[in-house]
Design a binder for this molecule. Structure first.
Ligand code: PRX
Length: 573
């Protein structure tokens, strides 16, 4: 077995085993000002605390894209987020109200998101690629009254069909705001708002601050609700796992539309007070290497798909850049292939540290640490303060190297507190007394390292993004030519999985390349670019149960040339 030993050095988590024995989450409380003042708000701890403690002039945010290049200190972030908090409060936002943020990465996104949290709102970040149906589903479910967006995206918000939605704040000049009575100019409101901190809403540790919609294998996307107390774990993992130090320049490549982009693109690093790099625009190897080089990034958190794309790019690109500032690299979202770890070792002279967690878990749970050996291909070991295990369907813990359900002992600080408006769904995760069951299959080896084996539902992880087949299938059958649709994840070297759709056409339609393109465009324009099936296969009929459910398991078996298993429930074997 190949093992990558830790480099000599000092680390924030020096002694993993000892810390596991002695650590208690009470110890983390000392990092926060509410421990002394009693005033709780995660956005305050993220920004204002650093100003109070004399770090106001430190750079909090470096933002750049093709047309902007800006830097903001913690003091500047404090003022901007205070202004945004005033804007939300003036428009009637109350503690616990969902407020959505639907915009590409920009400094304004961070002002709005943190400002809304300061005002006591529960923020629902929406990925910029979402089209009308995806936006509608999330706003409908949450019954949100307010959303912040850009002039480019505002037309994707079908406000006529969303009776609860009262206010749409639009960034940029005020011209858009004149177009409809629900539209309000965010920039104008910001200019007029005070920078004082009187709009900060003090909350309870158990009050919500973020609502991330994510996909399951069935049903519509569900709103995963997290509370301010998550800061304990976000802070502690930023320290132990990201191994952050005072002078680090940190870059998390994830968009805040996904949980990695909030927990570790905003809260973790800023709770810890480091300088955070945000790069807007699209991925390209040149752009990413230039970002690492130009900001002298020291700690870099990204995803296997991105690493694999960098790995596939010509070597000459890499050779143009000086990446010697890098000290620590981490990965999340999909299995990190040993091959990628080896590549990282070759080209950066560094180990890539895999981390495992989920939208529902709010923060990292199973990780590799700078001070511990890495077994390439393994997700690592549970963080101190958290117990993980492999259990069977009855809740019995399994022994070393036995495959089963990856489960976490319920009650860690960043655990989701509810699924918005859907208690039965929430309870499903905790159906086995005392455990949160993740939906992943894994095993634990004799040294306590966890090894990911797969999802045990139909959720698709494609290019690091989590996609529910149901949402795509539902959209596909709205296409004029499609009678039935089944969607699966098909293994892919670069993206982990790609989305593959099987469709049966209505009478009068014939399979063709044009029709395939047309279907792809349809999904792209109505749902989201990342939900587009890369492959579409036409079938006369799809395998279904007698109750009419598409059997994705059978589609998958066909695709992979594997045995189809028990077909007794199939309608027409
Ligand atoms: O299947 C696991 C996979 O991503 C799922 C969670 O997706 P999401 O909620 O979008 O959160 C992703 C980032 C926090 C998990 O159920 N996953 C996440 N990390 C890993 C992983 N699979 C293998 N290895 C990982 N390190």
């Amino acid at each position: 077995m190949e093992i990558l030993e830790p480099k000599q050095g000092t680390y924030q988590l020096e002694d993993y085993s000892r810390t596991r024995e002695t650590f208690d989450w009470e110890q983390t409380k000392e990092a926060f000002s509410w421990n002394k003042t009693g005033n709780v708000n995660i956005a305050y701890e993220t920004i204002d605390r650093h100003v109070d403690e004399g770090r106001g002039e430190k750079t909090a945010l470096y933002y750049s894209d093709a047309s902007r290049d800006e830097a903001y200190t913690f003091q500047a972030m404090k003022e901007k987020t205070n202004q945004a908090a005033h804007v939300f409060k003036d428009l009637g936002v109350k503690k616990g109200d969902p407020v959505f943020i639907f915009m590409p990465r920009s400094p304004e996104l961070y002002f709005a998101l943190l400002g809304a949290v300061k005002a006591g709102a529960v923020v629902g970040p929406l990925f910029e690629a979402f089209m009308q149906d995806a936006v509608r589903a999330r706003l409908e479910d949450s019954e949100a009254k307010m959303i912040v967006t850009t002039p480019e995206l505002v037309s994707r918000i079908p406000h006529e069909e969303l009776p609860h939605l009262e206010t749409i704040l639009v960034t940029g000049d005020s011209s858009k705001a004149d177009e409809h009575e629900k539209y309000v100019s965010f920039d104008e409101k910001m200019k007029a708002a005070s920078t004082d901190d009187s709009a900060i809403e003090w909350v309870d540790l158990e009050d919500g601050f973020v609502l991330h919609y994510t996909s399951g294998s069935t049903g519509k996307p569900k709103g995963v609700y997290h509370v301010h107390k998550a800061m304990l774990q976000q802070y502690q993992t930023a320290k132990w796992v990201l191994d952050l130090r005072e002078d680090d320049i940190y870059w998390c490549t994830a968009d805040p539309g996904w949980v990695t982009g909030t927990s570790y693109g905003i809260f973790g690093p800023w709770l810890y007070g480091v300088t955070n790099v945000v790069r807007g625009g699209r991925f390209s190897p040149d752009d990413w290497y230039a970002t690492l080089q130009n900001y002298k990034v020291t700690v870099w958190y990204s995803a296997p798909t991105a690493f694999r794309m960098l790995m596939a790019a010509p070597k000459e690109i890499l050779e143009k850049y000086d990446l010697s500032s890098l000290r620590h690299i981490l990965s999340v979202g999909e299995p990190l292939n040993p091959e990628v770890v080896r590549w990282g070792w070759d080209v950066f002279g560094l180990r890539i540290h895999d981390t495992w967690w989920m939208t529902e878990t709010g923060a990292m749970l199973i990780c590799n640490y700078p001070s511990e050996p890495i077994k390439p291909g393994s997700m690592g070991k549970p963080i101190p303060g958290v117990d993980a295990s492999i259990i069977d369907d009855d809740g019995n813990e399994l022994g070393p190297n036995e495959m089963g359900n990856l489960a976490i002992r319920a009650g860690w600080p960043a655990q989701m507190r509810k699924i918005w408006n859907n208690e039965p769904k929430f309870n499903e995760y905790f159906a086995i007394e005392g455990w949160y069951v993740s939906g992943d299959t894994a095993y634990k080896d004799e040294d306590g390292y966890f090894w990911f084996q797969g999802r045990n539902d139909d959720v698709i992880m494609t290019a690091g993004e989590r996609v529910g087949p149901f949402e795509i299938e539902s959209k596909l059958v709205e296409h004029e030519a499609i009678a039935e649709a089944g969607v699966i994840g098909k293994p892919d070297e670069i993206r982990g999985h790609i989305i593959k759709a099987f469709v049966a056409l209505k009478d009068g339609y014939e399979p063709s390349d044009d029709l395939q393109d047309n279907i792809k465009k349809f999904i792209k324009s109505e749902l989201a670019a990342h939900a587009v099936p890369r492959e579409i296969e036409f079938k006369d009929k799809l395998p279904k149960t007698r109750s009419g459910k598409i059997m994705r398991r059978v589609l998958k078996a066909w695709e992979l040339d594997e045995p189809t298993g028990d077909l007794s429930t199939m309608d027409d074997a």
